[in-house]
Design a protein around this ligand. Structure first.
Ligand SMILES: Cc1cc2nc3c(=O)[nH]c(=O)nc-3n(C[C@H](O)[C@H](O)[C@H](O)COP(=O)(O)OP(=O)(O)OC[C@H]3O[C@@H](n4cnc5c(N)ncnc54)[C@H](O)[C@@H]3O)c2cc1C
Length: 508
């Protein structure tokens, strides 16, 4: 019998999970309590790592052509520019920019892709209860249109139902942390301004922060910490427009067509993201400040890194013990990522609001970090989630580095010259379902191009890609034959000088 998988929530995290599972040929039921796609302003930035995931599920090109590319972020303190971060030094990715695109546009593209894969979303359907037993999850789903309720059984449930997750609550999983005191306001729409449209602009002032992000179609996202006093009855858009013109040193005039919102932000995480047959991804698992724009990006990665493991278990390619190990490893890795995201976004949020001596110190550090290119070399790779390294779990080998290849870390998406017409990126060799063994031999075939051969390794059962040619030397920083095993989520499970990594490492 086919596995029964329920995804609760058709936001970016739920849709990424659902598409990734469909691409593995698995049936998926997706429900959402909303009557249709939402249109209010939410996340607006996709980082390179999320774009890499979106490329693997076949939506990156459409997103890139619908979005607006940003090449930098300018930081101002009380009207003076103190630092600029750029993507100039970002290496080993196709996406050397941030993509500004409203979340509802991203969701539209994901919904379309899911539909192409014969997926459909049961809208107006709310999960109101669930019970987890040893071999089944019994859910109560309410049809909000008809007002009826029914029990449905699933083998696996993915809770992608946002920060107020009913799945998390029904499973009795605590969501711990704090809610910031500060309220934030935002508004999306057209503006008349001379602010550069190739970058995001942060204006930190003694009265609060303003972030201006250029969007596609000459629109802008204006994001502010709410002022102390808001005149009673003032429309939200007018409040944002007024504060923007106070905090921006460059005139910004709101034109007609703005949509505004108000929100509180949290620093919270679920105490666990995996419980028997149930998983939490996206905001259901973690909620943090939009500083650094990590929310949608982290949720998409939660989903993608779960989907290949769950797919393997559903297809029966993992034993019960292996599946337990796979899910425990996923939960441990996500915990590491979420801890970092919570710490970084909290720090950035606090830095927005410092005053007096601390403000001068913050400005001096930012200024120095730009001058020494620390922002571009260290902060940008971390913010874009391109530098991704996991601490090995129990029973896993210690991280090993050969050239730019490192185990328990993202495979750098290096371009290899494979023909007269150009090159192939390493991520193009990844599988959606199984780890792949990639063998690099810089000493093999002479010439400018790299030969590519594919085969099956009998002993490990992995697909093998062999790359041979001297260009590998400079591209990867290796001087001898090297084999690495790369998981479907682009993480190097093992790297070793030939002979190939052992079977145990392949399962890492
Ligand atoms: C104002 C604002 C600005 C933001 N800016 C950024 C940014 O710049 N960058 C960034 O990365 N992130 C940003 N975020 C965060 C980002 O929007 C979230 O991280 C993202 O939406 C999380 O996606 P998700 O799929 O986990 O959940 P959601 O997008 O919240 O989707 C959850 C879905 O589940 C459905 N649902 C909920 N409960 C149930 C139920 N019981 N049964 C069935 N369906 C249910 C909902 O209808 C919804 O469609 C912002 C958020 C807000 C609010």
């Amino acid at each position: 019998m086919s596995p029964r998988i329920l995804v609760v929530g058709a936001g970016p995290a739920g849709l990424t999970a659902a598409i990734s599972l469909r691409l593995q040929g698995l049936p998926v039921t997706v429900i959402d309590k909303a009557a249709g796609p939402h249109t209010h302003p939410k996340a607006v930035v996709l980082w390179p790592r999320a774009l890499e995931i979106f490329e693997r599920i076949g939506v990156a090109d459409e997103l890139v052509s619908a979005g607006h590319q940003l090449t930098g972020q300018h930081y101002h303190s009380n009207g003076t520019r103190i630092a600029t971060m750029t993507f100039r030094r970002l290496r080993h990715t196709k996406y050397r920019y941030a993509l500004a695109i409203p979340q509802h546009a991203t969701e539209r593209v994901l919904r379309k892709r899911f539909a192409e894969l014969d997926g459909s979303i049961r809208t107006h359907t709310e999960l109101t209860a669930l019970r987890i037993d040893a071999d089944v999850v019994t859910t109560t789903l309410t049809d909000l249109g008809a007002g009826t309720e029914q029990e449905e059984c699933y083998d696996w449930v993915i809770g992608a139902d946002g920060v107020h997750s009913a799945v998390r609550t029904a499973a009795g999983i605590e969501f711990t942390g704090q809610t910031y005191e500060q309220t934030f306001l935002l508004s999306d729409g057209p503006c008349a301004t001379d602010l550069a449209t190739d970058s995001a602009h942060y204006f930190m002032t003694d009265t609060g922060v303003l972030v201006m992000v250029p969007l596609p179609d000459k629109q802008w996202r204006a994001f502010i910490s709410a002022p102390r006093a808001i005149p009673e009855g003032e429309p939200l858009v007018d409040t944002v427009a007024r504060v923007v013109s106070q905090r921006s040193p460059v005139p910004v005039r709101f034109l007609d067509g703005h949509v505004a919102g108000r929100f509180r932000i949290h620093r919270k995480a679920a105490e666990r993201v995996w419980q028997d047959r149930l998983f939490l991804v996206g905001d259901a698992a973690h909620a943090h400040s939009p500083a650094g724009a990590q929310g949608i990006n982290t949720g998409v990665e939660d989903a993608s890194s779960l989907a290949w493991r769950l797919g393997g278990v559903c297809r029966g390619s993992a034993s019960a013990a292996d599946s337990g190990r796979a899910f425990a490893q996923w939960a441990d890795e996500r915990h590491q990522v979420v801890e970092n995201v919570l710490r970084d976004t909290d720090l950035q949020t606090r830095l927005w609001g410092v005053r007096g001596l601390r403000r001068r110190l913050r400005d001096a550090v930012l200024y120095g970090a730009e001058r020494t290119s620390l922002l571009d070399r260290v902060v940008i790779p971390r913010q874009t989630q391109i530098v991704q390294r996991y601490k090995p779990g129990p029973g896993q080998s210690r991280p090993k580095t050969i050239g730019v290849l490192r185990s328990h870390a993202r495979l750098p998406n290096v371009e290899i010259p494979t023909g007269a017409a150009g090159g192939t990126y390493l991520h193009d060799f990844l599988s959606l379902t199984e780890p792949v063994s990639i063998e690099f031999d810089p000493a093999g075939t002479p010439g400018r191009h790299t030969d590519v051969q594919r085969s099956d390794a009998q002993e490990s059962g992995l697909d093998v890609v062999s790359l041979t040619g001297p260009a590998l030397r400079s591209a990867l920083g290796i001087s001898r034959r090297v084999t690495c095993v790369v998981r479907p989520d682009g993480i190097v499970a093992a790297v070793a000088p030939n002979p190939a990594p052992s079977k145990r490492e392949n399962n890492a």
